[in-house]
Design a protein around this ligand. Structure first.
Ligand SMILES: Nc1ncnc2c1ncn2[C@@H]1O[C@H](COP(=O)(O)OP(=O)(O)OP(=O)(O)O)[C@@H](O)[C@H]1O
Length: 445
């Protein structure tokens, strides 16, 4: 290897773990941060990167991880990948940046690998982190890390309970705004007047009852990140005001004359397909392109079934029933269930069944009805027989899923005696999602 001293000086100047490697993965220069991160000794000119980071004699790609070195060789441009590394602290997520280094003649001399640990995600149960290790989960982490390094507007699209709020927090946490506020704005059910006073604040005397002035959420978020949850629910007439705010970052408090400015990073989320709403004329196209600078798709739990055992273990550890365990049958049943409510539903199912189980072993019959339904699902009757408005799938013409949901919720509204919080748990949705759905179909409990 030529210019070893120059390369070593370059590596020493990097404040993150870094190495310089040749196309055969051999490490030729290493910095102190890298040596401290891993528990394997590095011998320059001999050790290979995968031996240090994966304790493996083979490169990463045969083990299901994309090799950034190979991508770099193919394209002769920088490449990124998220890998699980064996560090001195145990297994941890790592974001890899691989850059080809060329000599004066443009010939690649080797590759610079810079590593960044990902603290907001974990392969094992860890409080306040996103847990998972499946390929779709890693792809999502890769996108979160790319997005958090810039100020680009991020749009999170995924089913209810798939973790959108957690991902929004991760984007904030991994950005250089992490020490500033993270402010959530729930867009469902905001009337025009509430929208303005919540977002922009109001001056004393602006309306009856405004006895003092109040800061808006946009002002509170200054320097940080604003998360607009369910942005698809912002009514058309308010979308114009939202667009103006996002374009200029300027606003006026209700009843105020002074123009104010707030520097915030925008993250939005929706479980609806916003482009379909644009086509139907229910969402402004210009607003869509303003918020969708960097779309991130959140896989449903069905698409990341490999993560189910890790998530079960995670939620059990966080629960009051750490000593209990699921039987093999119960685990089998859970892994074949479709989880329409995604991770939130899995969490609720675990808590419910751990509570119900009389023994330390949680059996399949401790799992809720919804999970068993898949076993006996020649199920024609989706609502119990005594139900006057039951939908019989044998007799009913095919309905849209929205109509079916509306009919079912309408039936519940007529009969249900308990609290909204209890109902939300039974339906495996958040209280917020329950209210959102009721509002959507014009229903009241
Ligand atoms: N990867 C994960 N690891 C551990 N817990 C998770 C993960 N993803 C989501 N959760 C948990 O699942 C629950 C639902 O997540 P979250 O509220 O972020 O979903 P959401 O997509 O915003 O839901 P909604 O559309 O209903 O608002 C939360 O309790 C969250 O902590």
């Amino acid at each position: 290897m030529k210019n070893t001293t120059v390369v070593q000086s370059m590596i020493n100047a990097i404040d993150k773990p870094a190495i310089f490697i040749s196309p055969d993965y051999i490490i030729h220069a290493v910095n102190q941060a890298y040596i401290e991160t891993y528990d394997t000794e590095v011998t320059l000119g001999k050790s290979r990167c995968h031996q240090v980071s994966h304790h493996s004699d083979e490169p990463c790609d045969p083990h299901g991880e994309e090799c950034p070195l190979q991508q770099c060789q193919k394209t002769t441009r920088s490449a990124n990948a998220v890998h699980i590394h064996s560090t001195a602290q145990g297994k941890s997520y790592c974001d890899i940046l691989m850059k080809p280094i060329k000599d004066d003649a443009g010939i690649i001399m080797g590759f610079l690998e810079i590593l960044d640990s990902i603290d907001y995600a974990s392969t094992e149960s860890k409080k306040d982190t996103m847990v998972g290790q499946s390929a779709p989960f890693k792809q999502m982490l890769n996108k979160i890390n790319r997005a958090s390094q810039s100020n680009i507007a991020v749009l999170l699209q995924g089913e209810t309970g798939a973790g959108k709020e957690l991902v929004a927090k991760a984007v904030h946490q991994a950005s250089n705004r992490s020490d500033k506020p993270f402010v959530v704005i729930e867009c469902t059910g905001l009337s025009e007047s509430l929208f303005e006073s919540e977002l922009f604040g109001f001056e004393k005397g602006a309306f009856t009852g405004a006895t003092t002035s109040k800061k808006g959420l946009i002002e509170i978020a200054h320097g940080g990140t604003v998360f607009f949850d369910e942005i698809g629910d912002v009514p058309m007439n308010m979308q114009v005001k939202l667009l103006r705010l996002l374009e200029t970052q300027c606003y006026r408090a209700v009843g105020g004359l002074k123009q104010k400015r707030s520097d915030f990073r925008l993250v939005s989320a929706s479980h609806k397909n916003l482009l379909e709403l644009v086509d139907k004329g229910e969402f402004r196209r210009d607003l869509y392109y303003r918020i969708a600078g960097f779309p991130i798709y959140l896989p449903s739990l069905r698409e990341r079934q490999d993560d189910i055992p890790t998530l079960i273990n995670h939620f059990m550890k966080l629960s009051d029933y750490k000593h209990k365990k699921f039987s093999a049958n119960a685990l089998q049943l859970l892994s074949s269930y479709s989880f329409p409510g995604n991770i939130r539903e899995l969490k609720n199912i675990i808590e419910q069944s751990a509570l119900i189980a009389n023994e330390d072993l949680i059996h399949s019959n401790d799992l809720p009805e919804s999970v068993h339904a898949i076993e006996s699902k020649t199920a024609n009757q989706i609502i119990p027989e005594d139900n006057t408005s039951a939908v019989n799938l044998n007799e009913t013409k095919i309905m849209s899923l929205d109509d079916l949901e509306a009919e079912y919720l309408s039936h519940i509204c007529q009969q249900y005696q308990g609290s909204p919080a209890e109902l939300a748990i039974t339906l495996n949705v958040s209280v917020r999602t329950l209210y959102r759905k009721l509002q959507r179909y014009g229903l009241k409990l």
